[in-house]
Design a protein around this ligand. Structure first.
Ligand SMILES: C[S@@+](CC[C@H](N)C(=O)[O-])C[C@H]1O[C@@H](n2cnc3c(N)ncnc32)[C@H](O)[C@@H]1O
Length: 304
């Protein structure tokens, strides 16, 4: 599955400019995301892990043993490790755009969860997930934690869920984490931490883009911005030009006025009934959900 980046220059020419959040994840971006998950303000990872631990027996019963677990956006595989201990799969396939970071994580998983047939598949899940032909077609569990589904606008999220339904197969299932609506202060702090790690993560996308398309973004000219857009029920992350600047790349250029932004990420927050309805429309009619005491996050097991 080749990873192309033709969309970057296109996005930079748009008004407002945009860069897909998938370009956050070069090696440094993956490491910075790992740092984010440990921040006091970043509740999603901690909350999702606590739900998985607290309801481990129920989740294990719903999933069943001996599955082929396919994790999309597997990252450092730390959630995969917890899940594998819980459900004892026959096979694990981690899919991620950050190829080297994933390969190391899967190698670690192979050791910590031995004997486990664990595979790393580098690829862009927005281009359709293509698995090696020897991956079993039955007994699949698609695992998509971290509320990453929130990075897609609702129509694209629905299309991706429908793709997961295909990937899971007739006897398969989906285990997915979603971030629920909550106090705006809590949400905004999670995406704009006091230590500036999320700011560094957001800015790093420009360094990655410079390498991918040969552009000349000067990171010092850009500031991190994150806020809740209530009308769209989403956190938005942007990079804002601190001063007028011009960016060049082979075949193009763009002037930015001071205060002009590049939109780098959305993170939609779904109420549980809205998301359950979306799952049903994607072909997952039967769902079981677990949440934390504060109702901040939910883990859902969904079957056709
Ligand atoms: C928010 S992190 C979540 C990591 C981990 N699953 C978790 O829950 O902590 C998103 C992960 O998805 C990967 N990713 C982002 N966009 C992707 C894409 N289009 N295709 C494949 N992987 C992608 C990133 O490299 C990263 O590891």
């Amino acid at each position: 599955m080749p990873i192309t980046n033709d969309d970057i220059a296109r996005g930079l020419r748009q008004h407002p400019a945009q860069i897909s959040p998938k370009y956050f994840y070069d090696q440094r971006g993956s490491e910075l995301f790992e740092d984010i998950t440990r921040l006091p303000e970043y509740y999603p990872t901690r909350t999702e892990n606590a739900i998985m631990q607290r309801h481990a027996a129920d989740i294990a019963q719903a999933v069943g043993p001996g599955r082929t677990v396919i994790e999309l956006g597997a990252g450092n595989c730390s959630k995969a490790e917890a899940l594998c201990r819980m459900v004892r799969p026959a096979c694990f396939v981690g899919v991620d755009i950050s190829a080297d970071f994933l390969a190391e994580a899967v190698e670690r998983l192979r050791r910590t969860c031995a004997p486990l047939d664990a595979r790393a598949v580098a690829g862009d899940l927005t281009q359709g997930v293509v698995l090696p032909s020897d991956i079993p077609r039955t007994g699949r569990l698609v695992f998509y934690p971290g509320s990453s589904i929130g990075n897609f606008d609702p129509p694209h999220a629905l299309a991706l869920l429908a793709h997961m339904r295909e990937l899971a197969g007739a006897d398969g299932a989906l285990l997915i984490g979603i971030d629920l609506p909550k106090d705006v202060g809590v949400l905004e702090a999670a995406y704009d931490d006091a230590a500036g790690v999320t700011a560094a993560f957001n800015l790093n996308v420009l360094a990655h883009v410079n390498r991918l398309i040969g552009s000349d973004f000067d990171l010092g000219q850009w500031r991190h911005r994150a806020f809740f857009n209530a009308a769209e029920a989403r956190i938005e992350m942007h990079l804002e030009a601190a001063e007028p600047c011009e960016v060049h790349w082979p075949g193009g250029s763009r002037r930015f006025a001071a205060g002009e932004r590049i939109h780098t990420e959305n993170s939609y927050k779904y109420a549980l009934p809205t998301f359950t309805d979306m799952l049903a429309r994607a072909g997952f009619a039967r769902t079981q959900a677990w949440t934390d005491e504060r109702g901040w996050f939910a883990v859902l097991h969904a079957r056709p």
